[in-house]
Design a binder for this molecule. Structure first.
Ligand SMILES: [Zn+2]
Ligand SMILES: [Zn+2]
Length: 179
């Protein structure tokens, strides 16, 4: 099977090791070849003053339009507080069976919940959000298997309970889509 190409776009300051870890995860879970790219776009146009958050759907459309990549999928890592109109906040968003997904680290930190900061835990959560959102672009829906990365997560605790991997069922489904 030919490797899929996925463009990993980072916006804002992330440590190289952080990006490397996430790139490795994506490569492994989706049998993909990863290209990384930094984006320095001004995100002001996506800011909704009434919510003090950034519009994830608009941001996704922008990423899709400005990118010249021929990659099959684009995943953007960012640091701003994202929303979609029906939800208070989101960890990430994806176009189902589409090209583009976005994930933010903003809501994954411990501090807003009154707990001690823990960089390893934040990275762990972020890795899961990234694989989850990319899974949606590949046509995977929410999974009921408790440990599966495609299980829906509303709170960080939900993220902490699942693993970083696609379960056997989701993996098989992916494979049937790419035969
Ligand atoms: Zn989801
Ligand atoms: Zn699953």
């Amino acid at each position: 099977m030919k490797k899929k190409s996925i463009q990993l776009v980072s916006h804002g300051q992330f440590e190289d090791s952080f990006i490397d870890t996430i790139a490795e995860d994506i490569a492994r879970e989706f049998n993909a070849e990863i290209k990384t790219e930094e984006c320095h776009a001004d995100l002001n146009a996506f800011y909704a003053p009434s919510r003090r958050q950034y519009d994830a759907n608009k941001l996704i459309r922008f990423l899709e339009e400005q990118s010249e990549t021929k990659a099959l999928k684009i995943i953007c890592l960012c640091q701003v507080d994202l929303f979609i109109p029906i939800l208070t906040y989101i960890f990430g968003q994806a176009v189902y069976k589409g090209k583009t997904a976005i994930a933010s680290i903003y809501r994954l930190k411990n501090e807003p919940y009154g707990m001690k900061s823990d960089d390893d835990l934040v990275l762990d959560r972020f890795r899961k959000v990234v694989i989850h959102e990319l899974g949606h672009t590949f046509g995977l829906v929410h999974c009921q298997v408790p440990s599966c990365v495609m299980r829906s997560s509303t709170y960080v605790e939900d993220l902490d309970q699942k693993k970083i991997h696609l379960c056997k069922h989701c993996r098989n489904h992916m494979e049937t889509l790419f035969e």
